[in-house]
Ligand binder design. Sequence first.
Ligand code: PBG
Length: 326
Amino acid sequence: MAFPQSRPRRLRQSPALRELVAEVRLGVSDLVAPLFVREGISSPQPISSLSGVLQHTRESLKEEVRALADLGVPAVILFGVPAVKDEVGSGAFDPNGIVQVALGELREELGNRIVLMADLCVDEYTSHGHCGVLNAKGDVDNDATLEIYCKAALAQAQAGAQVVAPSGMMDGQVGAIRAALDGAGFLDTAIMAYSAKYASGLYGPFRDAVDVQIAGGGNRKGYQQDWRNAREALREVAADIEQGADIVMVKPAMSYLDVIASVSERVDVPVAAYHVSGEYAMIKAAAANGWIDHDTVAVEQLTAVKRAGADIILTYFARWFAETQQ
Ligand code: PBG
């Protein structure tokens, strides 16, 4: 006599049954919307490689953040595009820098209705496009850069950021920023560390969005992680937690689901993953050609990131998801 066969399809028979047994559910409360605000423009500018995403004016940014808050998106992360760039990225720490001004306005307008996060880096603000200051040899100087990051953290916290998110992959950045924040009384400003950030080819559209070209056709392989390494990510994450990171991040997302999974198994802080500009742009481009179904693939990918173990997903799909997929 045959044994009763396992019949996994029993639980796939109807939408209600599938809903009942779903292991993860993607919801709007998992999402963080990355937003760009540009100094010195009078109307929002489209970004051709990032369809549907805008470089905002301060005014249009306010409208966007208000709309996201109304839709239940719990957080935004701001990136600035300054009118003028310089060698050290002064716009990142100037109290009158575009992100600081925008943070102040959003805080005043929205209070605590939505979490205001600020990306903490200088690449948008440096003339050479690197994430730090350069030494005489033209290399990124780790420790000189930490001083600038500390100034930027204070400026962002002062302006109203509840979370600062160092993304430059300098060694010791989380500890330095924590000490600077604590020293100035910003004990409650949280740090979301871009802990395992890979030197990915998927940041191209983002660099269009913030007008960054890395000098001399350069790259960030001297400070961002080599994509061949997964164990190294665990060391980076452990170091960041030891230095005081409140949230750790893996970036990009889809090519690093293994890293997200092993990080989330090991740590007891929230894990974020960044579904980056190139990941978004690939879906938009293939869907525009009629090659894949936009909505299905977008939800499939974001759900996969959550299934891998991310508690928080940064995604350019946040507003679309909140408007159409609830
Ligand atoms: C650095 C930073 C980058 C992104 C977020 N923060 C770019 C880089 O490292 O070159 C990329 C995000 C994306 O591609 O969506 N400030």
